[in-house]
Ligand binder design. Structure first.
Ligand code: BES
Ligand code: ZN
Length: 898
């Protein structure tokens, strides 16, 4: 965080924000251990109508790790009115401390002391959704990363761990439920219709894991018995009336608790685990100790009001936040540069969990698709950064696909290199060494390496270097010697601030297929270290077909000159499900790029559509996998592929090419899709993995049929919309109709709105479907919806459903050649930034890839970015969050930076 130099601080003179130079970054290399530690923190919340008063009593002492004498005490604090400060019981006067808009400094403190700070603020006015804020009728907190400083004056950094006691007093009618972390100690009545509770969390924690919830809430309870027979009370709190929507989450929670015990030997460590659903939330969910807080759209789910994708996401997020109890809470991060220590590792654990619950291969395909479309894009753009960044302006902007998804890939590579047993040993050592403390990415890698006698020096480059490595592979088969040689050249393109890269250490999984399609010798995990590596396989009786990068063993771009025949062969036979999927995708990419080149669109060869027909008919493939294998890459993914090949993107051509290939596949396989669809009869009340898969394949068929003949199949889509009790079926049908020119289009949208107008989360889908429609009038429709009563830009779910779905999910219309899409999103970014800088910065990322587009669009996007940047950061201008995104987008790629 940007802090003015301490010597310039004074209680009266406040430094104005500097507009010209822009705010200064924080550097990882500047890390210093805290000067003072907090042993216990007692927080007293007095909640009143327009004001919440917080008294924080902190028992503190000098940090023995800091040897300098007379270090001042710094407490972060923002957006609060300071009422009083006392040190060891003595009230300080304004002369005894220095107050700025970022915190307060006490010049002299003894080696051990108690400081009590009373402050107040109004949560009703807090639209940033960071700190303590009102969401609907309730109050709720979000402290990660640096929100606690908006609640109390405190050393707001993750390496200060304290035991918290919390007292909350509030009106008993408005706020009957009062929650905080840990165990409930006592409760009672106060005067004037008020009541109070007291909570204590026995586990020392950084303040970013603090949470408080107050409101009128219903709850669903259950219980879990740990492997050592301790009983844990499980509670999910929601707005009253939503109790019938938490079964999926509760089941997922119990499954996650069991799985962590089985897979890692890690049990839950409190008597109570609570989850609260809130409707205003910037992220998906938050792992506060013993009191997870969830965006309602990540917890409330039932097949009739949530799609299968929503349901799967609920399970994933519940697992993810629960797994943080060990990887994040028991072992936390030393500083925010180490964020991937908890997030990358927890995403990896979450992927293992989802794979184990459902299907490993499906989960792998899903994870790789997410990685490529979000993280590879990031790595190729102006905000590219290493898994462990070196600097930031705003930590909020660093909850990125690189920290999360690539961080998870780094864990997966260790898992592959060390084997499942080696990984487990490493995790055990990591927990043993660092439980109860704040650690670094290096500590984690050291534990993994030490438990396995691995030399980690070269592997650490995955934390240090940004960019997606490329593997250029060539092969030669010598029939006389029965020998196959492979040559693998690795390289990594430059990224902002990193011109030259050193080679990475990575696993490269390879299979060899014989002419019958059988594996010759299973999967070989080769290790790459040098820029060029050669491998030879002996006793290879015939020329094999190569299955390269099985399971996507490393987060790289593979370059190998596959023939169409080889790819068709892999698509038909590869024993590795991921590679099989990938072979089909590689072919699709090839034909899509070809269709973009020719004036007349090139047609995919019959051999390919025949192969797709065989995949479609193959009952040995799980329907969910069939659906993934038959889906064309999105327009966004095609754009990324062009950019990776050094070509500028023309969104019109991308759209036309994709429509054309889709239409041709659909036309040739119309009868196949219709026939397969007939046999698929998913139960609308069910949403287990198998039913979800059947539904996904059925809806994929419907999509292709609409592409084959919109007019002919629109009535079927309309019928599905009206008659299916599955929200998935309804949303798919609605989306197909909304993108069409069929007469059913408007009636479909009206029908869906009337039916669901009182279901906020469902109506968000109605917004998103319209924002994502492939029609030339979409920008105008979105502009109108921005004024619809269903829209509220203060609610991040709605901002995402409308402006987000348009800017991030509808490239063809966002990049409309007249710039109308850009203007619309830029205006919404500006408006949102006044309320919620985090959400606005996220939306502004829609402009991030501007240099990848053809010159006309580049100019139009650059104009919007420049207009935003010209406003400057700070008072009267744009937020620091938004400034960082806009500035990086404009600066990077301009001139090489050192
Ligand atoms: N710790 C994060 C939530 C968070 C992120 C809070 C940034 C504040 C700022 C949480 O564990 C998380 O990662 N949530 C994800 C969902 C998950 C399934 C990847 C999210 O909210 O998107
Ligand atoms: Zn997380």
């Amino acid at each position: 965080m940007f802090r003015p130099p301490l010597k310039k601080l004074s209680a009266k003179r406040r430094k104005p924000a500097r507009k010209q130079e822009g705010p200064r970054p924080v550097y990882r290399k500047d890390y210093k251990a805290p000067a003072y530690l907090v042993d216990t923190a007692a927080l007293d919340f007095d909640i009143r109508d327009k004001r919440t008063r917080v008294a924080a009593t902190l028992q503190m002492r000098r940090n023995p790790a800091r040897t300098e004498k007379n270090l001042p005490l710094w407490l972060d604090g923002e957006g609060q009115d300071l009422i009083s400060v006392s040190l060891n019981g003595r009230t300080l006067s304004a002369r005894d401390y220095a107050l700025s808009e970022h915190g307060l400094q006490i010049k002299k403190v003894p080696a051990k002391f108690t400081v009590e700070i009373v402050s107040a603020h109004d949560p009703q006015k807090n639209t940033t959704l960071s700190g303590l804020y009102a969401s609907g009728g309730m109050l709720s907190t979000q402290c990660e990363a640096e929100g606690f400083r908006r609640i109390a004056y405190y050393p707001d950094r993750p390496d200060v761990l304290a035991k918290f006691t919390v007292r909350i007093e509030a009106d008993a009618k408005t706020y009957p439920v009062l929650l905080s972390n840990g165990n409930l100690l006592a409760k009672g009545k106060a005067g004037g219709g008020r009541h109070w509770v007291k909570w204590r969390d026995p586990h020392p924690k950084p303040c970013y894991l603090f949470a408080l919830v107050a409101g009128r809430l219903g709850k669903v309870s259950d219980r879990f018995v740990t492997k050592d027979r301790r009983r844990v009370l499980l509670e999910i709190y929601t707005e009253p009336g939503n109790g019938d929507r938490v079964k999926i989450a509760m089941d997922a929670l119990k499954a996650a608790m069991r799985w962590d015990e089985k897979a890692y030997g890690l049990s839950y460590d409190l008597d109570r685990f609570m989850i609260v659903a809130v409707s205003f939330f910037n992220m998906g969910a938050m792992e506060n100790k013993g009191l997870n807080i969830f965006n309602s759209d990540c917890i409330l789910a039932r097949p009739d009001i949530a799609t299968d994708a929503d349901i799967a996401f609920v399970e994933r997020v519940v697992g993810h936040e629960y797994f943080h109890n060990w990887t994040g809470n028991r072992i936390t991060c030393r500083d925010w540069f180490q964020l991937s220590l908890k997030e990358g590792l927890t995403v990896f654990r979450e992927q293992q969990f989802v794979g184990a619950m459902h299907d490993d291969a499906l989960e792998r395909v899903r994870a790789v698709r997410a990685l490529r479309s979000r993280q590879f894009a990031e790595d190729a753009g102006p905000t590219a950064h290493p898994v462990r960044p070196d600097s930031y302006l705003t930590i909020d902007n660093f909850y990125t696909a690189t920290v999360y998804e690539k961080g998870a890939e780094v864990c997966r590579m260790l898992h592959t290199l060390l084997g499942a047993e080696g990984w487990r040993r490493g995790m055990q050592l990591y927990v043993k060494r660092h439980d109860g403390s704040a650690a670094t990415c290096d500590d984690f890698a050291a534990a993994m390496a030490d438990a396995n006698r691995m030399d980690r020096a070269q592997f650490m480059r995955w934390y240090e270097q940004a960019g997606t490595p490329r593997l250029a592979v060539t092969s030669k088969y010598n029939a006389r010697q029965k020998m196959l040689s492979l040559t693998v050249r690795q390289s990594c393109p430059p990224t902002p601030g990193q011109a030259a890269k050193k080679p990475f250490h990575m696993p490269f999984a390879v299979g060899l297929l014989d002419s019958e399609g059988r594996d010759m010798g299973g999967t070989h995990v080769l290790q790459l270290r040098a820029p060029v590596e050669r491998f030879s396989f002996t006793k290879v009786p015939e020329k094999p077909v190569l299955s390269l990068l099985r399971g996507f063993s490393a987060p790289v771009r593979l370059e190998y000159n596959y023939s169409d025949e080889d790819l068709l062969f892999l698509l038909a036979h590869d024993s590795d499900a991921f590679s099989r999927y990938e072979a089909g995708q590689t072919l699709m990419r090839k034909y899509l790029l070809a269709a973009m080149k020719g004036k007349k669109t090139a047609a995919p060869p019959p051999a390919f559509t025949d192969a797709l027909a065989r995949v479609l008919a193959d009952r040995a493939i799980a329907p969910a996998m069939t659906a993934l294998m038959l889906a064309l890459p999105s327009e966004h993914e095609i754009g990324l592929e062009l950019a990776a090949r050094g070509q500028l993107i023309d969104p019109d051509r991308v759209h036309r090419a994709r429509e054309s290939v889709r239409g041709q596949i659909a036309g040739r396989l119309e009868a196949d899709f219709a026939a397969r669809m007939q046999g698929l009869k998913p139960d609308a009340r069910k949403a287990d993995g198998k039913t979800q898969g059947v539904r996904a394949l059925r809806n994929l068929c419907l999509g292709y049929l609409m592409a084959a003949d919109e007019k002919a199949y629109a009535p079927a889509a309309m019928k599905q919309l009206r008659s299916s009790n599955s929200m998935t079926d309804q949303v798919v049908a609605l989306a197909l109709l909304a993108s069409s020119a069929a007469p059913e289009r408007k009636p479909a949208l009206d029908h869906f709105y009337r039916r669901w107008q009182n279901h906020e989360l469902v109506i968000n889908k109605w917004l998103a479907v319209q924002a994502g429609a492939s029609r030339t009038d979409t920008a105008a429709a979105v502009a109108a919806l921005l004024r619809h009563k269903a829209y509220d830009r203060k609610n991040p779910n709605k901002l995402r459903a409308l402006a987000g779905a348009f800017g991030h999910g509808n490239p063809w219309r966002f990049h409309a050649p007249d710039g109308s899409g850009y203007r619309l999103v830029a205006a919404e970014v500006r408006a949102a930034d006044r309320l919620n800088p985090q959400a606005a910065a996220r939306l502004a990322l829609a402009f991030e890839q501007w240099r990848a587009f053809e010159p006309k669009r580049q100019k139009l996007m650059e104009k919007e970015l420049k207009a935003l940047r010209a406003l400057g950061a700070g008072k009267g201008g744009i937020s620091r969050n938004l400034f960082e995104i806009v500035d990086k987008a404009l600066v990077a790629g301009k001139k090489p930076r050192k």
